[in-house]
Write a protein that binds this ligand. Structure first.
Ligand code: NAD
Length: 519
């Protein structure tokens, strides 16, 4: 059994490396227990979105770099699959303590590369910690079943066994939480992992891998390969990778699912979203306005569970919009280290794209009640800024409604009835989350039954399931069947086996070529 390491003192955290600040930091890979540079010769730029300055140069892996990581994982998987549940659990508990003790450090790294405000980054770390805690209890989740005497003196029982090497590919918007949706569960189930984080904010994943190693995880069980589409395709094609957990935009999720399954892999590919918040006339409008602002503009709208479409059922739209505008006047957009409400967008290109949607909304005739392009940020002028933007009178044919904008842009669609609201949500190609605000239990119950999404909120705007439930959407928001973490996570990272066993005693014997039946 591995001894659980002591939790490091807070002062030792600095040993994990400085937060990138002035000069560009070199960011490589983590393979077989150590940081390496890789050999591809390709690099990408990492920015501090609040200043617009380049802070890092990240290595972009090619197929050879990926193969090196997969080979290290294959070697490690051979013995890790046989590590006892007690040993795996001890490592997970120790990892949980390290992440918990260093959560502020992790949040700082998130803010430095992603831009979200520190409090939001700390919340992301907390949601990731909850999955580690769930994985600490993997022993109960992996219990099989046993049936005695399925035939005379024949017993049957089920086992769940690890797959081998699995790949986790994550998006920029949750550089800690999304890797932690999968990695702790995969490792707890006895697999080895190659994690490919977003090239936009790669540093947090490297820290997680180092801290997992410090917690006693053997070399090669968790590897981090940085890169872009080339690294992803190499993982999808590599025969040593048995399963792929992907989170990102819908076009890439569809590609990953197709290419991965074609190569014979198990794939869960979580895609983009357009989440609706339906407000019925009997709702508490103050609560609904708070929810719309928090879920629409938190993390600058760069959340897959952000609310981007507010569906106001007549006759409350004017009153609701007024309450939202009132609250928006108090929002502070700025550098995430300065304690504001929302930070910058992740890159200059993404900020430009979101701005172009705002322009398209105006051109299409939506009413820009608050135009975030005019924001005066609490931050350096070079940051990738866009303030909270509210459109009223959005119609379903406008690009600000049809497309996932992934920025602080909330559109109000006015409808006349509950039925029209549900029809609108269900006609949308995405099906991640949806929320309803009402004081009518019957209407809420009807909504949860009728709405075609994977996660439903009732007077809760961002219904992200706890770690012991599973996270995932429907339709164009998820390709595959099993969702992330919880029971689905354990099923995804294991395969089932059923044993039928008979221990002969001297009374048995004789030849019988008939088909076995329950006698
Ligand atoms: P993205 O699709 O651009 O990138 C996701 C990952 O795929 C990254 O690791 C990236 O390097 C890689 N990638 C990018 N282009 C690729 C290509 N052509 N081929 C192969 N790999 C490629 O997504 P993003 O911009 O990093 O993240 C934002 C998106 O993720 C949004 O659409 C958001 O809704 C979605 N998201 C979904 C969930 C969910 O649970 N459904 C959660 C978080 C984010």
């Amino acid at each position: 059994q591995a001894a659980a390491p002591a939790v490091a003192e807070a002062s030792a955290v600095a040993a994990a490396g400085p937060v990138a600040a002035g000069d560009a930091t070199r960011i490589g890979h983590f393979v077989d227990g150590k940081r390496i540079d890789g050999t591809s010769g390709r690099h990408g730029d990492v920015f501090d979105p609040a200043t617009g300055r380049r802070t890092g140069r990240v290595a972009l892996a090619d197929a050879a770099d990926v193969a090196g990581a997969v080979e290290a994982a294959e070697r490690a998987a051979r013995s890790w699959r046989d590590a006892s549940l007690a040993r795996r659990t001890a490592v997970l508990f120790a990892f949980r303590e390290l992440v918990h003790a260093r959560r502020d450090r992790l949040a700082e790294v998130i803010t430095a590369e992603h831009g979200k405000v520190f409090a939001d980054a700390a919340g992301e770390v907390q949601r990731g910690l909850e999955v580690i805690e769930y994985a600490c209890g993997v022993a109960s989740a992996l219990r099989g079943s046993f049936s005695e005497n399925v035939s005379t003196e024949v017993d049957s029982y089920s086992l769940r066994q690890p797959l081998g090497v699995v790949a986790v590919i994550s998006p920029f918007n949750f550089p800690v939480m999304v890797p932690l949706w999968f990695v702790p569960v995969a490792v707890a189930c006895g697999n080895a992992v190659v994690l490919k984080p977003s090239e936009k904010d790669p540093s947090a994943a490297l820290l997680l891998a180092e801290w997992f190693a410090e917690a006693g995880l053997p070399d090669g069980v968790l590897n981090v390969v940085n890169g872009d589409a080339e690294a992803v395709d190499a993982l999808l094609d590599h025969p040593g990778v048995r399963a792929v957990s992907f989170v990102g935009s819908t076009p890439v999720a569809r590609h990953v699912h197709r290419r991965g399954t074609l190569a014979g892999k198990r794939v869960q590919a979580l895609g983009g979203a357009k989440n609706h918040l339906v407000v019925l006339p009997d709702a508490d409008l103050d609560l609904a306005a708070d929810a719309a602002v928090n879920a629409g503009f938190g993390s600058a709208g760069e959340r897959c569970m952000a609310i981007s479409a507010l569906v106001a059922v007549a006759p409350i739209a004017d009153a609701l919009v007024a309450k939202i505008v009132d609250r928006m006047a108090g929002l502070r957009t700025g550098d995430g280290r300065r304690g504001g409400d929302l930070g910058p967008l992740v890159t200059a290109a993404h900020a430009e794209r979101v701005r172009s949607y705002v322009a398209a909304g105006v051109a299409a005739g939506a009413v820009p009640v608050v135009d975030g392009r005019d924001v005066v940020p609490d931050g350096e002028p070079g940051g990738f800024w866009l303030g909270p933007t509210l459109f009223d009178h959005v119609t379903p044919d406008m690009s600000i409604y049809t497309d996932e904008i992934f920025g602080p842009v909330l559109g109000v669609v006015r409808v006349d009835s509950y039925d029209e609201a549900v029809a609108l949500v269900n006609a949308n190609p995405y099906g991640n989350g949806a929320a309803i605000f009402t004081n009518d239990g019957g209407a809420a119950r009807r909504f949860q039954h009728e709405v075609e999404v994977g996660m439903v909120g009732i007077n809760v705007p961002i219904p992200v399931p706890m770690a012991y439930y599973s996270f995932g959407g429907w339709k164009a928001s998820l390709f595959g069947d099993l969702h992330a973490h919880g029971e689905d996570g354990v099923r995804f990272f294991t395969r089932g086996k059923v044993v039928t066993s008979r221990w002969l005693d001297p009374r048995h014997g004789g030849v019988n070529l008939g088909f076995p039946t329950q006698t």
